[in-house]
Design a protein around this ligand. Structure first.
Ligand SMILES: C[S@@+](CC[C@H](N)C(=O)[O-])C[C@H]1O[C@@H](n2cnc3c(N)ncnc32)[C@H](O)[C@@H]1O
Length: 313
């Protein structure tokens, strides 16, 4: 709104910047007040020996925390998103994701990395999302113009590598995952390996991005995911759990699909950084389990994880 100025050696920030800083200060104070309340009556004592090292040890710990605080500040100005963030992941993390997919598919890591790069270069898909952004803004679920796919790159890679006939994603939201998955199915079909996508979603207004030629490769069932999965009459090759993230619901989804999985089906959990339900499912059904930790690039969000239950080739 107004300009930054440097006057008489004093740094004057814009009004908007000052407002953001003030709000951040309030959040930090809130956290410290909560801490003080939690600590009261707990008789925490450290003794002079330990207290003398508090400043240097705090400095060390805050070396890790400060960059996140700065990213939160910049995100306030650079992004409009309120949920389901669309950050990119670091280049190193893409390599780790390729290695993760290589173990699951039994294929070469460099081939998996090629699939990741294939999606990153897909300008048609990006343009499709940008064209739909105005609709999403009207729905109050904005997506940033510099959006990216995050760990969905792994979903894309597994579809490209495994050539599944049936792919399920529970929880569609705006439909970015639907697009990523159907764009992989579209390329597979062009190479002679057709496949189909089913999404399940509770919110009837969700799935706005899933349109045009992408929608020819799949369909969304609106309603409760468990009910839709019960009705599904298909053999599932790739299943992605990303709907209700309570542990109990996640487990129920695995129980419902268990008998519908193909012999070499891969089951992914988008919630594996929160619950161990997929790991339990893998153990109880004699499958392998592997975990990938996402590392967002230039974003405060610490990243989610992909859990994978699969049968070794
Ligand atoms: C994390 S978002 C999904 C993100 C999406 N997979 C993507 O790639 O962007 C979770 C979605 O699950 C939906 N959901 C929550 N509970 C559900 C349920 N019981 N059945 C179906 N969908 C549900 C929510 O409405 C929300 O849109």
């Amino acid at each position: 709104m107004s300009e930054s100025e440097q006057a008489g050696g004093q740094l004057l920030v814009t009004k908007d910047c000052a407002a953001a800083l003030e709000l951040m200060q309030a959040e930090l104070s809130k956290a410290l007040n909560e801490l003080a309340q939690e600590s009261s009556g707990r008789n925490l004592q450290a003794g002079p020996e330990r207290i003398q090292h508090f400043p240097s040890r705090l400095d060390l710990a805050f070396w890790y925390v400060r960059p996140t605080i700065k990213r939160i500040f910049h995100w306030l100005f650079q992004s409009e998103e309120r949920s389901n963030f669309t950050y990119s992941i670091t280049d190193e993390n893409k390599d780790y994701l390729a290695a993760f997919c290589a173990v699951i598919t039994g294929q070469a890591s460099h081939k998996m990395r090629d699939y990741i790069d294939e999606l990153c270069r897909d300008s048609e898909l990006r343009e499709h999302v940008l064209r739909q952004r105005s609709v999403l803004a009207q729905q109050h679920i904005p997506i940033d113009p510099h959006f990216d796919f995050g760990r969905r790159l792994g979903w894309y890679t597994l579809v490209r590598a495994l050539k599944p006939k049936i792919v399920i994603e529970t929880g569609v939201a705006q439909g970015l995952g639907s697009l990523v998955l159907t764009s992989a199915l579209m390329r597979n079909a062009q190479e002679g390996h057709p496949g189909y996508y089913f999404g399940t979603e509770l919110d009837r207004n969700a799935g706005f991005l899933f349109s045009g030629k992408y929608a020819e490769f799949g369909k969304i069932f609106y309603g409760d995911s468990i009910e839709s999965l019960k009705k599904l009459d298909a053999v599932i090759d790739l299943f992605i759990n990303d709907s209700d993230h309570s542990a109990q619901y996640e487990q129920q989804e695995y129980e419902v699909i268990s008998s519908k999985l193909s012999k070499r089906a891969v089951v992914l959990a988008d919630n594996a950084h929160v619950t161990s339900k997929l790991c339990d499912f893998a153990r109880s059904t004699g499958r392998e389990f592997l975990y990938f930790q996402e590392r967002p690039k230039d974003h405060w969000y610490p990243g989610a994880g992909i859990g994978a239950a699969f049968t070794k080739l």
